[in-house]
Design a protein around this ligand. Structure first.
Ligand code: GLN
Length: 454
């Protein structure tokens, strides 16, 4: 009830929730109390969580913050949320996000932008919380839930975590089941938590992760006790500092925090090594080919017949057209156009195939460094702190917006785990984050190293 009244009081300000499930929350909390009284408490018993609108929740608003999924209430539950409920967690509601998770500012949502709970010192300008999991990050930062689910295709967990001073981890591709999560780019999408600190993130990820026969890309490996990795010694670990993650125009405080993170890990006994990931500069352009290509294919299913919105026309073709024309927002349409273009005959080899080759090279860069004994990488999470809502330069130039993802997309392209942790405040008084990148399925090292610099 405490969280529900906090949401009631503050959601108008932040616009973090697009649906509040008060009755369901109370019902789940009552069941939780009964299990607690019976001594059958699960690991997350009674913990109130917010759920990104991308996760299918049975009988509850699930629209990926798109108009095209108008009033859609699935008859099934995503595996990730089912895992959380099985461990006793309680659902507070569905969280705002960029439409179909496409964006870095939460401004593409059909439900309007989310307001970052942080403000610059000496300015009242409203800032974005990052995206696409902007509602998740803002809700955690504003204490409108104890933790939240999120998803990350090119940075959507880590960038909003960095912009709001929270912790977000994208696990290894295959660690969490994608079943019941609305698909954006299937070969890149992964679910993960946004939480107040590293420990909470570890506890939530343990519950969310599972092998699932319903997702053929989920991996059959035991889920370790991530919480136990916190505080584990980092002595002797080799931490790579990739030279290519120092870009022009980066806020100078980021370099300071990066050096401070390096010093903290060194003091804790880790060995710091200078490394090169030479194909980093191609990651962003390649991502913005691969992701729209997969998206254009995944979004073909919204035709006015199967889900949500239908706008009638004189015949079925027109009905498709009308539905898609009014159901999808601008950014989603832009991605569909890019995606179908790069997949079309004549352009496929020049764009899509090239991008896939670049993807392999990016992956190899990491593999080479791991083979040389690097255990994890420390990098900035984003090149800047949160910017203003409605920033005109960014609105006019989608590519400038895409630049936000420069440090995060490599991790998705290579399928690796990455965690964003708060690093300190910018000169303007807004949060900045650092990122740790690990070996496949070695989230434990991310939790142990992240807890050193937290
Ligand atoms: N900002 C990136 C994009 O718009 C990443 C989004 C995501 O990770 N879901 O594609």
């Amino acid at each position: 009830d405490g969280y529900l009244s906090a949401i009631d009081a503050a959601n108008e300000t932040f616009n973090a929730y697009v649906a509040v499930t008060g009755d369901k929350a109370r019902e789940m909390a009552t069941a939780s109390d009964a299990r607690l009284a019976a001594g059958q408490a699960g690991p997350l018993e009674g913990i109130p969580l917010g759920i990104k609108d991308l996760f299918a929740t049975e009988g509850v608003h699930t629209q990926a913050c798109s108009h095209i999924l108008d009033k859609f209430e699935p008859r099934y539950e995503s595996t990730v949320t089912a895992n959380l409920w099985a461990d006793g967690a309680v659902m507070l509601g569905k969280l705002n996000m960029d439409e179909f998770a496409m964006g870095s500012s939460n401004e593409t949502s059909f439900y309007g932008p989310v307001v970052n709970p942080w403000r610059r010192t000496n300015s009242n300008m409203k800032l974005v919380p990052g995206g696409s999991s902007g509602g998740s990050a803002a809700a955690v930062a504003a204490r409108l839930c104890a933790g939240a689910t999120a998803t990350d295709t090119g940075g959507s967990i880590r960038q909003p975590a960095a912009f709001t001073g929270t912790v977000g981890i994208k696990p290894t591709y295959g660690r969490c089941s994608r079943w019941g999560t609305v698909a954006f780019a299937s070969s890149l999408d992964q679910a993960g938590p946004i939480a107040r600190d590293v420990r909470d993130a570890a506890i939530l990820l343990k519950s969310m992760a599972s092998m699932d026969a319903k997702d053929t890309t989920s991996v059959d490996r035991p889920v370790p006790d991530y919480e136990a990795a916190i505080g584990r010694s980092v002595k002797g670990l080799r931490i790579g500092i990739p030279r290519e993650y120092r870009v022009e125009g980066m806020a100078p405080e980021i370099e300071t925090f990066w050096q401070r993170g390096i010093a903290m890990l060194r003091d804790a006994g880790a060995e710091i090594v200078d490394v090169s990931l030479p194909h980093t500069k191609y990651a962003l352009p390649a991502y913005y080919i691969v992701a729209p290509a997969e998206a254009s294919s995944n979004l073909a299913r919204y035709d006015g017949v199967r889900y949500g919105l239908r706008v009638e026309g004189r015949n079925v073709e027109q009905m498709y057209e009308n539905t898609r024309a009014s159901g999808f927002g601008r950014e989603v349409k832009r991605r569909i156009m890019i995606g179908t273009y790069v997949l079309s005959a004549g352009y496929y080899d020049a764009y899509y195939l090239q991008a896939q080759k670049v993807r392999t090279l990016i992956k190899r860069d990491f593999e080479t460094a791991f083979a040389d004994g690097v255990d994890a990488f420390l990098t900035p999470a984003t090149p800047s702190a949160a910017f203003g809502i409605g920033d005109e330069d960014l609105a006019a130039d989608p590519v400038a917006m895409y630049l936000n993802d420069i440090f995060t997309v490599t991790v998705n392209m290579a399928g690796l785990p990455g965690i964003a942790v708060p690093a300190g405040l910018s000169v303007e008084g807004t949060p900045l984050g650092l990122q740790l990148i690990g070996r496949p399925f070695d989230e434990e090292t991310l939790f142990s190293t992240a807890s050193v610099i937290e």
